[in-house]
Design a protein around this ligand. Structure first.
Ligand SMILES: Cc1cc2nc3c(=O)[nH]c(=O)nc-3n(C[C@H](O)[C@H](O)[C@H](O)COP(=O)(O)OP(=O)(O)OC[C@H]3O[C@@H](n4cnc5c(N)ncnc54)[C@H](O)[C@@H]3O)c2cc1C
Length: 413
């Protein structure tokens, strides 16, 4: 008998879960209050982050923290209101940065990100959007001479983990990206990293592929989730959807439907912004670049050059605070000839658990309720493997990587 699945949330993670379950014969309904790929999976930098194996809360955070507290560093904006009102998550996030955790955390992230380009390449071919994929690597850049040591240290670290990179000086950088202004004395070129020119369009194309293969997409806001006979029911203002299993892939909103069930996943958010700028005539980049001292990504996108900001640790739904994105826009202009701003400034929220690893697996004490969220800074990259893990576990198959580090039971009791 065909088993049925409800996937709640049509961002990169939910769409990937829907495709993976469908491939295993489930009759899948994908539900989102918006069209697929219009939230966090729309606004990211589109980097297929095969080398992002160190979480933000690694042991070096302790040395940097004093420099962040005055909110003068573009990498981090901390809302003191949030810090005082909800100190628990922040303290646990800091606690998880302790050195004893680093090795296992890095191994888990490397397993999750290692074949992101291969997985997306295959899906993009199936969805007919291969033209959106760039396999041109990424460039990490430093503005001061101290960057030479930092680039060397990162090169050696990546090498120990089997990831190739190339240290560059000023001349080498302009050889790789002649369009950049010569303000960077040191750089690191990482060839295995890929990128796309529109993460929202890629997510939408994967959803269209799911629909083409017979999947059902419903646009509705889910108001609650409940057990129903041997399965699950998602309620909306105008009706409900029922299935044998349910997958919660609501990104930064995942906790909203789980808490009323008595499930607190310890999910919070790291907000971020983007802004598009038109390049000056004749200026172009062939890959994403990350300015370490400026703390921004610059990504060539369909809409223009997308500048993404660092982390804004404010309440998820607090009003925008444009100080960081204004600062990095000015810094980006120093690095590359940029003209006018195109369109509106976008705000999103990276869904993050205190240990910076996603939650992928069945909810304790809730058979048939699967959790797939918390992919923090690498959720666009790691959506497809998250979907494969969920679908394999739901079918009793061996997942593509060891799912133990991502088990919901590490936070949900
Ligand atoms: C500035 C920035 C830059 C980033 N850069 C990168 C990058 O370069 N590479 C990378 O890999 N990752 C990047 N990320 C992270 C990445 O974007 C996220 O981890 C990823 O998009 C999360 O995907 P998701 O499917 O979990 O969530 P989402 O894409 O947010 O999807 C959740 C969906 O749930 C829906 N939803 C919510 N509540 C309800 C409800 N009640 N009923 C129905 N539907 C609902 C929403 O409409 C949404 O479509 C970045 C993030 C930010 C903010």
């Amino acid at each position: 008998m065909t088993r049925s699945a409800l996937v709640l949330g049509a961002g990169m993670v939910g769409v990937s879960c829907a495709l993976a379950l469908q491939k295993r014969g489930f009759a899948v309904t994908l539900v989102d209050r918006r069209e697929p790929g219009r939230e966090t999976s729309y606004g990211n930098a589109g980097v297929l982050a095969a080398s992002s194996i160190v979480p933000l809360n690694n042991p070096s955070l302790y040395a940097k923290i004093a420099g962040y507290l005055g909110n003068r560093h573009p990498a981090l904006n901390l809302s003191w209101r949030r810090a005082f009102r909800q100190p628990g998550w922040l303290l646990r996030f800091l606690w998880e940065a302790r050195p004893s955790q680093a090795k296992a955390r890095i191994a888990a992230l490397q397993a999750l990100t290692a074949d992101t380009v291969e997985r997306h390449r295959a899906l993009m071919a199936e969805a007919g959007v291969s033209h959106r994929l760039r396999e041109t690597g990424t460039l990490k850049l430093w503005r001061s001479e101290a960057g030479h040591d930092a680039a060397r240290a990162e090169h050696d670290f990546l090498k120990r983990h089997g990831i190739e990179s190339q240290i560059l000086d000023r001349q080498g950088i302009s050889g790789v990206e002649p369009g950049l202004k010569p303000i960077f004395p040191a750089g690191l070129f990482i060839p295995c990293v890929g990128s796309v020119d529109s993460p929202g369009a890629v997510t939408a194309a994967y959803a269209a592929l799911f629909a083409e293969r017979g999947g059902r997409i419903e646009q509705a806001a889910v108001t609650s989730l409940a057990r129903h006979r041997d399965g699950w029911r998602a309620n909306t203002a105008s009706g409900s959807f029922e299935a044998d299993i349910a997958v919660v892939a609501l990104g930064p909103w995942s906790g909203d439907l789980l808490k009323p069930l008595g499930i607190d996943p310890w999910l919070d958010v790291e907000r971020g912004y983007h802004r598009h700028l038109a390049p000056e005539a004749g200026a172009s980049l062939s890959r994403t670049v990350y300015d370490v001292d400026g703390a921004f990504y610059m990504a060539p996108m369909e809409q223009g050059y997308r500048i993404t900001s660092g982390v804004d640790l404010s309440f998820r739904d607090a009003p925008d605070d444009h100080r960081q994105i204004d600062g990095v826009t000015a810094a980006a202009r120093e690095a590359f000839p940029l003209g006018e701003v195109v369109g509106e400034t976008w705000r999103g929220a990276r869904p993050t658990l205190p240990d910076s690893l996603p939650m992928i697996g069945e909810a304790p004490r809730n058979p048939g309720l699967w959790l797939a969220f918390g992919n923090q800074h690498v959720g666009f990259s790691t959506g497809p493997i998250t979907g494969e893990i969920i679908a394999a576990l739901a079918c009793g198959e061996k997942p593509p990587i060891d799912p133990t580090p991502f088990r919901p039971g590490r936070y949900i009791r």
